[in-house]
Design a protein around this ligand. Structure first.
Ligand SMILES: Cc1cc2nc3c(=O)[nH]c(=O)nc-3n(C[C@H](O)[C@H](O)[C@H](O)COP(=O)(O)O)c2cc1C
Length: 221
């Protein structure tokens, strides 16, 4: 199984998104998958010029001479992993820029797409617009949306891991999700729910936001 993964966090391996992505990819590798990971901030990908050549004149090929040429032969991978921090309820700009250039080039091979994301706010519902978007893309390009590893209030995970708190089950579940995808072709929803599990109550979260940003801060999310 060939896996093509992208991490669009500017923090790369030191970011919150990588706390979930890296064990997930590790689980896939351990189960025998061939995984290639790219960091968008290391790629030279210009914005789409909107010429539509890749759809109309030269299907499957973009004429801009940048790293999309190096990536194009890899797009037939069995699994595509899109990992992005949540920026303004969406993928971040680096990922969107890559998607604009890459999605029209993806062969409709019924391959699987996995979303990995982390966000700052407390609730899982903050990912809803992003999930809607990625599922719509999969539907339109004949790819199978195979699941999302979502980590809300992600900074808590980082703090708790650094403090040695009992949160190792979260990266372990991400790793197990990678193993399941390779071995079973699917990820158990219970495993995904551990990745997203609550680390702090909403009340305690709100208290912390008020301490940091003042008593009038809107922390309802
Ligand atoms: C410009 C910007 C926009 C953000 N927008 C949101 C948002 O809409 N919702 C949210 O919950 N967190 C938001 N965040 C917080 C990030 O999603 C969160 O810190 C994430 O875990 C960062 O991942 P990383 O460390 O891998 O880059 C935003 C952060 C930045 C810098």
């Amino acid at each position: 199984m060939k896996v093509l993964a992208f991490n669009s966090s500017p923090h790369k391996d030191n970011g919150n998104t990588a706390l979930i992505l890296n064990p997930f990819l590790g689980g896939m590798r351990e189960a025998g998958a061939e995984v290639e990971l790219f960091y968008t901030c290391d790629l030279d990908i210009n914005p789409c010029r909107g010429e539509l050549n890749c759809m109309l004149k030269t299907p499957g090929k973009c004429h801009q001479n940048d790293d999309i040429q190096m990536l194009t032969p890899k797009l037939g991978a069995d699994v595509l992993v899109l990992a992005s921090p949540l920026y303004i309820w969406a993928v971040n700009g680096q990922m969107k820029n890559l998607m604009d250039r890459m999605v029209p080039l993806l062969p409709p091979n019924k391959g699987r797409v996995i979303l990995v994301s982390s966000c700052g706010f407390w609730g899982l519902e903050n990912f809803d617009p992003l999930l809607f978007h990625i599922k719509a893309i999969c539907h339109n390009i004949d790819r199978v949306f195979a699941g999302a590893l979502l980590r809300p209030h992600a900074v808590y995970l980082k703090m708790m891991l650094e403090a040695g708190a009992q949160v190792q089950d979260i990266p372990a579940a991400a790793q197990e999700a990678g193993r399941q995808l390779v071995v079973d072709q699917t990820i158990n929803p219970k495993t995904l729910s551990i990745v997203s599990r609550e680390l702090v109550s909403l009340e305690a979260w709100n208290d912390r936001v008020k301490q940091r940003f003042g008593p009038t801060a809107d922390s309802s999310q």
